[in-house]
Design a protein around this ligand. Structure first.
Ligand SMILES: Cc1cc2nc3c(=O)[nH]c(=O)nc-3n(C[C@H](O)[C@H](O)[C@H](O)COP(=O)(O)OP(=O)(O)OC[C@H]3O[C@@H](n4cnc5c(N)ncnc54)[C@H](O)[C@@H]3O)c2cc1C
Length: 419
């Protein structure tokens, strides 16, 4: 009887547990998921709440009900992992011994890392839409906003869903246009990156989309403090950006217990793993997936989904004493809402930048192009999340490896304009 303990019952932990339950009968493996609460939040839904679309109740379900029968579910916070004794200590005093440990405790928002962020003005004129409370408070504030300066600021990378703050800007542009007050709202996107996004070609396109909508892009801005009382972001290099309303994406780190668990995490509390097998660098019987893993891939639900297949294979390989399958390619797939009921789709991996073409093959959703079809895809994803992705089913036509068919691998030649 194998003892498999999964830390975190969010996207990655739930789909891993359900996939493992399909592979191992209850008399072959004891599978236990630990989470601190019983509210599973569909986090991509947080993006729409500030604009009055949906509520936190609409995107929350009981966590335990997402797990297949036969998966044990423990609702307690984790205190620490002791790698030497293969034991997880929970805050209620329980100890869980494991043969294989899966770390899927995601990323937490470290609001206290930024001076002043949660002082004067927090949740009054300084918000984040990355939490249910923040998204709801922001909805009220945007509803009452009649004009002024709005800044959207990523304090530092990495963050969950690196395109979400850009989507927020595009949706805000659309929202204020609909309300007929866009000319009274100054929108500024402030990022520590040197462009709108991490990937150069895509960054240029998204930067162009900000410009087309009259949204100012401020790059290489490393926020040192937020002064809610005076309404200004202050960078370490002393640049200042004034605001009437700030939407902040705080610093992310791994779950607090990782810092108490000797040898498990890096300095940010994320778990160093092999890029292709997802096996921890600290111990061969520990694996990580989702936002908790320190990988050069985006922190996104789609990534946790693609990792799930390889992770479950590798747990079997490990328990059977076979070589691990080094096949995770860093596949990321992301819809980017661009306002006016349109969205772009990007699909890439460790090796390949987002490219134009279609997904998942020559006929399919347009890549790197705004379309209504992609917007419908983004909306449909919530259904797929609860009914396919979490239960551990394979999505039709979507593989864990990045598809090459349908993509334009030759960069389009830029036409010279004659003067
Ligand atoms: C606003 C927003 C928009 C997004 N949009 C998209 C999108 O469009 N597409 C996309 O693919 N992704 C999107 N994401 C990202 C996506 O939601 C995450 O990448 C994904 O949920 C990560 O899954 P995970 O299992 O790693 O972590 P999570 O789903 O966050 O689960 C981690 C779990 O660990 C538990 N936990 C943490 N610490 C402890 C502890 N000490 N004890 C016990 N339990 C603990 C937590 O309670 C939580 O349930 C978005 C995220 C946000 C915030």
């Amino acid at each position: 009887m194998h003892r498999i303990v999964i830390l975190g019952g969010g996207t990655g932990g739930t789909l891993a547990a359900n996939r493992l339950r399909k592979v191992y009968r209850p008399d072959q493996a004891d599978i236990t998921v630990v989470d601190q609460d019983d509210r599973h939040l569909y986090q991509p839904g947080l993006l729409f709440i500030p604009f009055g679309v949906g509520s936190t109740q609409d995107i929350t379900r009981p966590r335990g009900e997402q797990l297949h029968p036969g998966v044990n579910y423990v609702t307690t916070a984790i205190e620490k992992v002791e790698l030497e004794s293969n034991t997880v200590r929970l805050v209620d005093g329980t100890n869980l011994a494991y043969d294989v440990l899966v770390v899927a405790t995601g990323a937490v928002l470290s609001t206290n890392e930024t001076e002043g962020l949660t002082d004067a003005g927090w949740m009054e004129k300084v918000f984040t839409f990355y939490t249910p409370k923040g998204a709801t408070a922001l909805a009220r504030a945007l509803g009452e906003f009649t004009g002024g300066r709005i800044v959207v600021n990523i304090v530092d990378m990495p963050i969950k869903c690196p395109v979400a703050p850009l989507e927020f800007c595009f949706l805000a542009d659309s929202y204020f246009k609909k309300r007929g007050i866009r000319d009274r709202v100054e929108l500024t996107y402030v990022t520590p990156l040197d462009g709108a996004f991490t990937k150069p070609v895509c960054s240029e396109q998204l930067g162009g989309m900000l410009a087309d909508r009259g949204i100012t892009l401020v790059t290489e801005f490393n926020t040192g403090s937020v002064d809610g009382a005076k309404g200004r972001l202050i960078a370490y290099d002393e640049r200042e950006i004034p605001f009437d309303l700030a939407v902040i994406i705080p610093v992310h780190s791994g779950a607090p217990y990782v810092f108490n668990s000797e040898g498990l995490g890096d300095e940010l509390g994320f778990i160093p793993v092999d890029e292709h097998t997802l096996q921890s660098k600290a111990s061969p019987n520990v694996f990580a997936l989702g936002d908790a893993a320190a990988l050069p891939a985006s922190k996104a639900g789609s990534v946790a989904h693609f990792e799930g297949e390889v992770l479950v294979d590798n747990i079997q390989h490990f328990l059977d004493e076979r070589n691990l399958d080094a096949s995770f390619d860093g596949h990321v797939n992301c819809f980017i809402e661009s306002g006016s009921s349109k969205a772009l789709l990007i699909d890439f991996n460790y090796e390949t930048e987002p490219l134009t073409g279609h997904f998942p093959g020559p006929v399919g959703l347009p890549l790197m192009k705004e379309s209504h079809l992609n917007h419908l895809g983004k909306l449909a994803f919530q259904w797929m999340y609860w009914h396919s992705l979490l239960p551990g089913r394979d999505l039709p036509f979507v593989t864990s490896h990045m598809p090459r068919a349908g993509k334009h691998f030759v960069a389009p030649v830029k036409k010279e304009h004659s003067r």
